[in-house]
Design a protein around this ligand. Structure first.
Ligand SMILES: Nc1ncnc2c1ncn2[C@@H]1O[C@H](COP(=O)(O)OP(=O)(O)OP(=O)(O)O)[C@@H](O)[C@H]1O
Ligand SMILES: [Mg+2]
Length: 367
């Protein structure tokens, strides 16, 4: 396997995990003396440390995933077996994020990726042809366009399949041979590609989508499923949002989020209360809006607020900067969600003495 990718030469908007964290990956690699599965860049133990954070020697490894260690251990252990990994969960629970970091840590590359859609065809999973060359040369190795899965099989790397259950079932089934026989036949050339050790698949699926039921039983048996939960408590969720906001804000040149924690806590509280249908003290029950109100959306609301504060305010994140974003996230359906939101404002927000500014700001944008 090649060494992990180095940072890109020119500035890019979003470096891949293996580029952004090349330093951490190199530090882990340098000190990792535990056994590694064939073609893995790191031992399973070091992969878990990369995801959850820690220190190796003098090097600080930042936590990428905040949550249960056991869950990540199960995910990593699965990839070391001959079973593929399915990360399942409601929107915004870091399924894609974890999948990207796992493949970056294990194979040094997170880019062998298939984005599943209703239009994903079998060639996307198996291989296609360069038609100009196919016409000129006939079916040859040179005319074949390998899929990310085929490339991963050849190199012994991890391939990622995003939103597996959006792919039509008959197309999904192209994965069965790959996962059980570890082979991809190419009848046109009379050959096959046999997977090298280290090859595996990490798929993600959203259990709110119409969906996971459409995963055929035959395919489901080839996967171990790990369910990524919503953050357990307010503090954990605040930590996730603050961490990601600091990271994203830095790359967007936004003001530092350190003095924004109080406002972040408020956004997270609103999201959690509406998601669960009850205020934090459990005294008032609330209508649950239709949107997912995920951690990922809370991150977007805060980033949007910071941009407002930076460009049109005094650089400090205030209630008025996040109010618009919150209303946008909550009111997806103009009738039912608006009712839920207005009731929430009156029943839960208004009575809170120290939330006056927030109530006023929300009222202003709600109309
Ligand atoms: N437990 C967590 N630890 C760290 N980051 C998290 C956690 N939960 C959510 N996030 C953050 O939320 C953002 C969204 O995550 P991601 O896009 O991976 O979600 P997803 O589960 O793939 O959602 P979708 O189903 O919509 O595709 C990421 O920036 C990630 O950092
Ligand atoms: Mg995703």
């Amino acid at each position: 396997m090649d060494a992990p990718a180095s940072p890109p030469d020119v500035e890019v908007l979003r470096p891949h995990a293996e580029q952004q964290f090349a330093g951490e990956l190199a530090a882990l690699r340098a000190t990792d003396d535990r056994p590694r599965p064939a073609n893995w860049l790191l031992s399973p133990w070091a992969v878990v440390t990369y995801l959850l954070g820690g220190t190796v020697g003098e090097h600080l490894i930042t936590p990428k995933y905040v949550g249960s260690r056991r869950l990540i251990e199960v995910a990593v252990a699965t990839i070391a077996t001959d079973r593929a990994l399915l990360l399942l969960g409601v929107p915004g629970t870091a399924k894609s994020w974890v999948s990207e970091h796992l493949s970056a840590a294990i194979s040094g590359s997170s880019t062998l990726l298939i984005q599943g859609t209703a239009g994903t065809a079998e060639e996307t999973i198996r291989y296609g042809w360069n038609y100009a060359r196919l016409l000129a040369e006939g079916p040859t190795e040179g005319a074949l366009v390998p899929s990310p899965i085929m490339t991963a099989m050849r190199t012994g790397a991890i391939a990622r399949v995003e939103e597996l259950t959006r792919i039509p079932s008959d197309v999904q089934d192209a994965l069965i041979t790959v996962l059980s026989e570890k082979s991809l036949p190419v009848p046109e050339l009379g050959t096959e590609v046999q997977a090298r050790p280290g090859f595996n698949v990490i798929a993600t699926a959203n259990d709110r989508d119409r969906g996971v039921n459409e995963l055929s039983a035959a395919l489901r048996r080839r996967f171990n499923t790990v369910v990524l939960p919503l953050p357990a408590g307010v503090e954990e969720e605040v930590r996730i949002v603050a961490g990601r906001v600091a990271d994203l804000g830095g790359s967007l040149d936004l003001p530092s989020a350190t003095d924004a924690v109080a406002e972040i806590r408020r956004v997270v509280t609103v999201f959690r209360e509406l998601r669960t249908g009850a205020t934090e003290d459990g005294r008032t029950s609330l209508k649950v809006p239709s949107g997912s109100l995920s951690t990922a959306e809370a991150i977007s609301v805060v980033i949007g607020g910071l941009a407002l504060a930076a460009h049109f305010g005094d650089g400090i994140l205030r209630a008025a900067d996040v109010a618009g974003g919150i209303v946008g996230a909550v009111v997806k359906d103009p009738v039912a969600d608006r009712i839920a939101w207005t009731e929430y404002l009156e029943a839960a927000v208004r009575p809170r003495e120290e939330w006056r500014d927030f109530y006023r700001a929300c009222r202003e944008v709600t109309g």
